[in-house]
Design a protein around this ligand. Sequence first.
Ligand code: AMP
Length: 286
Amino acid sequence: MEEIMLPVVTSPAEMAAQAERWRKAGETIALVPTMGCLHEGHASLIRRARQKAGKVVVSIFVNPIQFGPNEDYASYPRDLKGDTALAAAEGADLIFAPEASALYGPDFQTTISVAKLTAGLCGASRPGHFNGVTTVVALLFHLVKPHLAVFGAKDYQQAAVIRRMNTDLFFGIEIDVAPIVREPSGLALSSRNSYLSPQERAEATVLFQSLRLAEGLVQAGERNAGKITAAMRGLIDGVASSSIDYIAIVDPDSLAPVEEIDREVQVLLAVRIGTTRLIDNGRIGR
Ligand code: AMP
């Protein structure tokens, strides 16, 4: 297949100028923010953006300020060439891939912080993570000036936090959240799956299996959230390489814990398989 070339912009000022030109020409702009190493999950986001906007920008930025000191910033997989090819094949118009030093100058000292929604779940186990996310997404919103931004339901809490920031700061951007793309095994696609050994990859399907178990229990009439999370815990603990970070059943909007399942709720979990931390989630109680 012939390789399609795609402009890769690294300068924030150049990105902002291009966005301004598009806006002046009456174009609608969609942004798909990513950390690169793109897979079919990202591709589905780009396709949604393509359907809804005239210009599609894919940002590729491994954002140092959303990683904790003992997390995988240095080893996070990077593949700009492969990413450019995938984004081009999906019909993106431009890749924005700034250097960290270009976004965060030596005297950078601003943080965007969403309070309540970030207190629990991944926010509790990854202190400062969501401040890093909201700060970089606010920067991207300002530079790319999108009408629409597409995120994945895979990072459910992140999407809720971004929606809140978008509303609170009057960005006025349409936030679109796309469904989770999974392997046939049920494993949610993730750039971090590349860390898993073949055996761990098979074991990692227990996250999805536990969500199926939760759904089955609710279908069978179980209404007690504690009993459902206990059953999920039992299933996951059966995998020797696993260690559970959290399992939670929450209100889909406020992310507040739910005890009695009398409506649709969101089940979220974070589990380490070996040293790789994976997240997944699903809606139950429909
Ligand atoms: P990341 O590059 O992992 O930071 O992800 C960038 C965007 O892609 C986020 O909005 C993610 O939620 C989304 N994403 C990642 N994996 C998937 C997936 N398996 N299905 C749908 N969206 C995804």
